[in-house]
Every structure is written in structure tokens, then in C-alpha cells.
Design a protein around this ligand. Structure first.
Ligand code: ZN
Length: 139
């Protein structure tokens, strides 16, 4: 069995954004040389997500509106977590809803996606450097 590990770095200039990272993940897969196995991709921060869905701009605006309804950023005083002096209580909750990681089957050297599936990095407390882990095992 072979194994591959890489960290991808992001520095999103806004507080929140969704980035399609499928091309970077496909590059990792090529680099690994693994043809059949499993790929894990996870955010290495508790205020960011990795998730799979459609690359459709209306949907991304829907996510933004829905997450803001569930966990509005303002007023920051509504979150006990922000008593630490941070202002990212909402970002921890948004991350929980959108998830930490994805696992994708690798078949014949390709990500074995369902229809329209793409991998996204979800940032909820940006404007600083953050990492995503890519781990691939197989042969
Ligand atoms: Zn925090």
C-alpha cells in the first residue's frame, strides 16, 4: 500500500468564502501516483470546512444566507465563546454545520465523484493563513 500526504495553504482575504479546491486535489492525486484507494481531505482549523457539493454560485449565496441565519456573526456579544476576546463564535458553529472533512474513492486514477460533485474549502474566519490536509492511501 502506498501513502501520500500534503498540506494546502490558504489565505482568504475576506472573513468568509467558498473556494473550489478540486483542481488542487486532482493535482495531489496525480502527484501521488495512486490509482485505486481512498482520499481524505480535511480542514486543519476549527473555523474552516471542507465539503462536497455543486459549484453553482446561487447555491453558495444560499449557503451564506442560511449560515448567517443559523449563526449570525453580529452581534458578537451573543456568543459565550467570544468572552475569550475572539469574535469568531459564529465561525466555529458554521464550521460544525458544513463539516470538517470529505472522503473520496479513487478509481483508476480519478476522483470517483457523483454527478456535479466538487470539493470546496469553506472559510468562516479568514484573513489569515490556514491549512487543509490531503491524505491518500491505496496502490
Ligand atoms: Zn474561536
Amino acid at each position: 500500500m502506498r501513502s501520500y500526504r500534503k498540506e494546502l495553504w490558504f489565505n482568504i482575504p475576506a472573513r468568509r468564502a467558498f473556494v473550489n479546491i478540486t483542481p488542487q486535489i486532482e493535482e495531489c492525486l496525480r502527484e501521488s501516483g495512486i490509482k485505486n484507494g481512498l482520499l481524505l481531505c480535511n480542514a486543519m482549523h476549527i473555523t474552516a470546512s471542507v465539503f462536497i457539493n455543486d459549484d453553482e454560485s446561487g447555491l453558495h449565496l444560499d449557503y451564506e444566507a442560511w449560515l448567517e441565519k443559523l449563526a449570525p456573526h453580529e452581534p458578537v456579544s451573543q456568543y459565550l465563546h467570544n468572552r475569550t476576546g475572539e469574535d469568531n463564535g459564529d465561525a466555529h458553529l458554521k464550521r460544525q454545520v458544513m463539516g470538517r472533512e470529505v472522503v473520496v474513492a479513487i478509481t483508476e486514477g480519478k476522483l470517483d465523484f457523483g454527478t456535479w460533485e466538487q470539493i470546496f474549502y469553506g472559510e468562516f474566519d479568514g484573513r489569515r493563513k490556514k491549512r487543509v490536509l490531503v491524505k491518500i492511501i491505496g496502490e
